[in-house]
Design a binder for this molecule. Structure first.
Ligand code: LLP
Length: 387
């Protein structure tokens, strides 16, 4: 259950919808991820794209994680939040000149470079500032992440990274680029990966390409293996913290690293997904001939994942009484789109106008992907230490 009785009483009258963030759970998750990483000398950058909510970032920053950014604004945000520039990476296939200049001015740890042309632009902008840009080359390793095709990024036909067929050219461009220093190789094959064999296959590819560079006389200091560790959307209470030990163990066992080599990770979802829930109120109930609908005051504008990826999120009624009969509902939002649906035929205790419904595991790619479509209001949040 998401809320204890006292909390339930307090939120009964709260204005909905809102994101609820359990800071204790985030703290425990951070305990586990940092313990498992530190033990192996691994470096973890938190992927801001998953959630850049201020209080979450404060907590994450205070635990010493680095930041993984995909826009100039995320670089600026992480600096404003106190992340040390030497722990900030900047990735993305379409970095603008303005964003590159900003990151150069802050002297970030590394750019994850996604194309040869981008490498040349960074070299030129660094030359104009008279600095050396540290870069990791993102290699597209052609590993199938066995996840939703919208969140697979490591296959040959994806737009991400440099295909291996172009590495020879990339290596020679880097050799001739006076204002760029290649410090590492970067890989990321997808998100919500629950099959550990995918990460094993990734290790094999990383070893292969690291050797390829070393055979050509280029020393690689940083092996950045990206993020992607999945969470258990089906069982948010039983599996509230991902198995970081098992995940890091794979890289410990299968990545061949020399004493001088650092291993870096960019985890987003695994850190923040389970600490967030979207809490919403039933506006209307509707019974058709074959279907029952619960119409909520939250929709795809607050949590887009179900509409965009047909993603599953566990839906719960808040404050269940033992007398409630179970009914199957299509749980939908108020937006004028048929895809504005959180779940079909969801078994739930019978619900009525005014009841609260929680949509779980929404801490990652929830609030940050919310929109103003239909001129919806700015989303609110409630933190566990406020109730
Ligand atoms: N590094 C890179 C280069 C990435 O592209 C991503 C995510 C991450 C790290 C963090 O991945 P994570 O550890 O969170 O899986 N909006 C989608 C997910 C998009 C992921 C994009 N890249 C969703 O709601 O499922």
């Amino acid at each position: 259950m998401l809320f204890n009785n006292t909390q339930q009483e307090q939120i009964t009258g709260a204005e909905t919808p809102f994101y609820y963030y359990d800071l204790n759970l985030l703290n425990e998750t951070l305990d586990q991820v940092t313990a498992a990483a530190d033990k192996r000398g691994f470096h973890v950058h938190y992927a801001l794209k998953a959630n850049f909510n201020d209080r979450l970032l404060d907590l994450i920053q205070s635990r010493g994680l680095g930041a993984d950014c995909v826009s100039g604004a995320e670089v600026q945000k992480s600096i404003d939040k106190g992340f040390s520039p030497d722990k900030i990476t900047f990735a993305g296939v379409g970095k603008s000149d303005k964003e590159i200049i900003l990151a150069l001015e802050h002297g970030i740890f590394a750019f994850n470079v996604e194309s040869i042309q981008e490498m040349e632009v960074i070299n030129e902008l660094a030359r104009q500032q008279n600095v050396i840009a540290k870069v990791s080359l993102r290699i597209n390793p052609n590993v199938d992440a066995h996840t939703h095709h919208y969140i697979t990024t490591g296959l040959d036909e994806n737009k991400f990274g440099v295909p291996t067929s172009e590495l020879e050219t990339a290596a020679s461009v880097i050799r001739n680029a006076a204002n760029v220093s290649l410090i590492g190789l970067h890989f990321h094959v997808g998100s919500q990966i629950t099959d550990m064999n995918v990460f094993k296959s990734l290790c094999v590819k990383v070893n292969e390409w690291k050797n390829w560079f070393e055979e050509r006389g280029t020393q690689i200091k940083v092996l950045n293996v990206g993020g992607g560790l999945g969470i258990d959307y089906q069982h948010p209470d039983e599996n509230s913290i991902p198995d970081f030990e098992a995940y890091f163990d794979i890289f410990d066992k299968f990545l061949e690293r020399g004493a001088h080599q650092e291993v870096h990770f960019e985890l987003g979802r695994a850190i923040v997904a389970q600490c967030g829930s979207l809490v919403s109120r039933v506006l209307y109930t509707k019974s058709g001939l074959k279907k029952n609908f619960l119409i909520l005051d939250a929709g795809m504008t607050e949590l887009m994942r179900p509409a965009l990826y047909q993603a599953y999120h566990k839906i719960e009624k808040v404050g269940v009484s033992i007398n409630d009969a179970i009914k199957n509902y299509d749980v939908v939002g108020p937006i004028c789109e048929s895809s504005d649906c959180f779940g079909k035929e969801v078994p739930l205790p019978e619900s009525k106008r005014g009841d609260l419904i929680a949509i779980r595991s929404a801490g990652a790619y929830g609030e940050v992907m919310s929109s103003h479509y239909n001129l919806r209001e700015e989303i609110r949040f409630v933190y566990s230490d406020e109730i």
